[in-house]
Ligand binder design. Structure first.
Ligand SMILES: [Zn+2]
Length: 199
């Protein structure tokens, strides 16, 4: 997980809410305009997140992503935040066995959860060279477990990406290619482990 520094709520989202006061996110699937606006906000957030899942830092695109509600929209007490821009991020679709991120989290959530929109979120996580992510804080560990951030696939992919950097063995090159967005404004996958070791 890396901190997502976003610009303000986009005008098209504000405008849609102004025209549809009191609307719930789930209502958006009932109309073509609603389906489009869901896609629009996802596209916007993917770009703000430099093409990476907000939780696991895997590469995502419009087809392989979903709008994730940090405070689950399916839980009654958070239902009124379903259209709150500060509650919506773009996330991978890692479902099935070894599900991670949104699919692992489901409707679970507590105030212990560390959000990628929290400025200090990165300070909660440490990375081993084998790709495992750990935390010495109960809140950090709760978040790792809830999102299943140590799934076999994520651990091996993180370790492989770190290995790529170790092979380059040139700090300036690593910073340029792995820690800065490219010309498409995308960051390399698993920039979280790279940042931990090289910045
Ligand atoms: Zn993910």
């Amino acid at each position: 997980m890396i901190f997502i520094s976003r610009t303000e709520e986009p005008d098209f989202w504000k405008e849609y809410k102004r025209k549809h006061p009191g609307i719930h996110y789930d209502d958006l699937q009932n109309t073509e305009a609603g389906r489009l606006i869901r896609q629009e906000i996802r596209k916007y957030n993917i770009s703000q997140q430099h093409g990476l899942c907000a939780y696991c830092c895997k590469r995502i695109d419009l087809d392989k992503s979903l709008n994730e509600h940090i405070k689950p929209r399916g839980l009654g007490k958070y239902s009124n935040q379903s259209m709150d821009y500060n509650n919506i991020i773009a996330c991978c679709r890692a479902e099935g066995t070894d599900a991670t991120c949104s699919a692992a989290k489901g409707n679970d959530y507590s105030n212990q959860f560390i959000s990628p929109l929290d400025e200090d979120c990165e300070s909660y996580f440490e990375y081993y060279k084998n790709g495992e992510v750990v935390s010495d804080s109960p809140d950090g560990q709760y978040t790792i477990d809830l999102l299943n951030l140590n799934s076999y696939r994520l651990r091996t992919a993180r370790a492989a990406q770190l290995k790529n950097c170790e092979n380059i063995n040139d700090l300036e090159l690593i910073k340029l290619y792995y820690l800065e967005p490219d010309s498409q404004n995308c960051l390399e996958p698993f920039v979280d482990i790279i940042k931990f070791y090289y910045s």
